[in-house]
Design a protein around this ligand. Structure first.
Ligand SMILES: [Mg+2]
Length: 173
């Protein structure tokens, strides 16, 4: 049966975005982020992360560093009984120092909707009850292109309080 899904940007939503977050030892969570994911899981939402990672293209950190950060998020989430169901990341950027990552306007790079559309193609999702949370206009644009409501998280309250105001979540309570 199709499930509703919460699409989440990573940097600035789950973890503090201090710019090019590639070092797991410096990972710092947005207040309430891990609890929010567990809360969405309990409500029956699939939770997906969709994250631009141009730092890989720019040589600020490696693909392996990125994977280490994600592994830390997964393991920290377990302590909160939370689960991220799937992840899409985009390592491409037009100013990449590595040729293999040099792509102008890659369809997966937000504000393009490629990462979201790929998840929609891979999972049985009830789109009418799904949404995206991001901290930048580009996140919200990508959501709109995929036909989803996008909500801009400005970091002025904890993430769980913010999530609880989202109409698609309110409808579930
Ligand atoms: Mg962000």
């Amino acid at each position: 049966m199709a499930k509703p899904a919460a699409f989440m940007d990573r940097d600035g939503v789950i973890n503090i975005d201090y710019g090019h977050v590639g070092d797991a030892s410096k990972l710092e969570y947005v207040h309430g982020a891990l609890e929010s994911i567990a809360y969405l899981n309990r409500l029956g939402f699939l939770v997906f992360v969709v994250t631009n990672q141009a730092g890989i293209a720019k040589g600020r950190y490696t693909l392996s560093d990125y994977e280490t950060v994600m592994a830390k998020i997964f393991s920290d989430l377990k302590f909160h009984s939370g689960r991220i169901d799937d992840v899409r990341f985009c390592p491409y950027h037009e100013n990449a120092v590595f040729e293999k990552y040099r792509r102008k306007n890659h369809p997966w790079r937000k504000p393009n909707a490629g990462m979201i559309l790929d998840l929609i193609a891979c999972w049985d999702i009830d789109l009418s009850r799904s949404f995206l949370v991001g901290d930048r206009d580009t996140d919200i644009l990508a959501a709109g292109l995929a036909g989803l409501n996008g909500y801009l998280f400005k970091g002025d309250i904890d993430l769980k309080s913010f999530i609880k105001t989202i109409p698609e979540v309110v409808a579930f309570k």
